[in-house]
Write a protein of this length. Structure first.
Length: 162
């Protein structure tokens, strides 16, 4: 009697798991739908230096930045989406004067990044793609710098909170 009950429970649970999986896939939800390729961490800067002749260092003092995207339909009282970004910048290794400028303009750089994400909806940001966003931020940040130029923008963290 106990064996029959256990077999019925196992069959029922298997049926529920299979049905739930099929229903989830039919709805179009994919488990890895919004995963991104991770950027190298600032600690992996030595691997970046192997790829280029120009040695770079990591500027990581920007910390975690939280911004709110522009709502998709402001007329319909649709809420904005929070986005969390942890950017870091690469700059010429050994350039202490430029490092000091980056440190002095840290708040300006954070403001550029926050404003960029606040001026776009989540859909616009997803259409632009992460590499394009990084290039746009690179250009805008470099316009504000006078003693040198950063070579790249990286995101240790880039998450939309819904």
């Amino acid at each position: 009697m106990r064996n029959k009950i256990l077999i019925l429970i196992i069959i029922f649970l298997s049926f529920m798991i299979i049905t739930g999986t099929i229903a989830g896939l039919a709805k179009g939800h994919r488990p890895a739908e919004n995963l991104r390729t991770a950027d190298p961490s600032p600690n992996e800067i030595s691997s970046l230096n192997k790829k280029t002749e120009n040695k770079v260092a990591a500027y990581t003092d920007l910390g975690q930045i939280r911004a709110v995207t522009k709502p998709e339909n402001p007329d319909e009282n649709e809420s904005s989406i929070a986005v969390v970004i942890t950017p870091w910048l690469s700059y010429p290794e050994g350039d202490t004067v430029f490092f000091e400028e980056l440190s002095r303009k840290r708040l300006v750089i954070k403001g550029i990044i926050q404003t960029f994400f606040s001026d776009h909806t989540q859909k616009e940001l997803q259409i632009l793609t992460e590499p394009v966003i990084k290039n746009l931020l690179l250009e805008e940040i470099n316009q504000k710098l006078s003693l040198g130029k950063i070579s790249a923008v990286y995101f240790s963290e880039y998450i939309f909170l819904q």
